[in-house]
Design a protein around this ligand. Sequence first.
Ligand code: 6CS
Ligand code: FE
Length: 300
Amino acid sequence: MTIADTRTEDRYPTRVFSEPKWIERTDPTVWPGLDSGPIDEETLRSYDSKGFLTIEQLLSPAEVQTFWQELERLANDPAVRKDERTVIEKTSNEVRSIFEVHKTSELIAELARDPRVLDRARQILGSDVYVHQSRINYMPGFKGAGFYWHSDFETWHAEDGMPAMRAVSISIALTDNYPYNGGLMLMPGAHRTFVSCVGNTPDNHYKESLKEQEIGTPDRDSLTQLAATHGIEQFTGPAGSALMFDSNSMHGSGSNITPYARSNIFIVFNSVENALVDPFAAKNPRPTFIASRDFTPLTR
Ligand code: 6CS
Ligand code: FE
């Protein structure tokens, strides 16, 4: 399909209507194309139904220690703090997120190609994949601001030009994720509904939205109905555990006022058959450190 074709077919129009709309998902959740992989049949069926799955102890305690030291190194590097890929918390001088870490950290680059991670993403997306986005979310203690309810796909479609729901995130806990220190919440099954949001995308929206997102977040009526239908589950677990979730999962996390940071590595894999085109609801595409336009397939 040429870019022109893809660009004309917008199956998930958002930020164009005066009222919120629900659009039924017309993409598979688990894509055909690869018959085998590390995820067993039952877990794959559960992922298809809920839109997410958890992995106990993806990383060993020793690996967690190694990655934790890497996170500390990055957060304390003055050059990193000044880098445009680093987002500082709105209400403190703490690091909120660092983007494109699969390029600035060889350790995280290897993790993206690790078969425990890469083969799971390939199995879910049914194809070769590339890294659409990577980031560390530090969610520091005491002043870690949360992430309001949202669908990542709504933003990636509107602002990055991602045509279909054929991307998956893995969130790897590098500190213990508790219910009370900002553990990520998800609505199981809500990934089958695309909530078209109201409001136009401001220029350079990412400079605000990565600190606190408003445009592109669903309305309260939609959230109330989705929560009533699907309920809310929370990803908690010891450092080393991981969560994989569909690009259109409805998720969010509360703020962290406890002394315990909730620091996770996020790697987003997109299918090479779902390469970005022009944004569907923004004047210009976001910078490549947020949405890569290098579609070269990842190999082990
Ligand atoms: O806009 C984005 O790409 C980022 N924003 C959120 C709230 N989650 C996904 C991603 O990190
Ligand atoms: Fe998100």
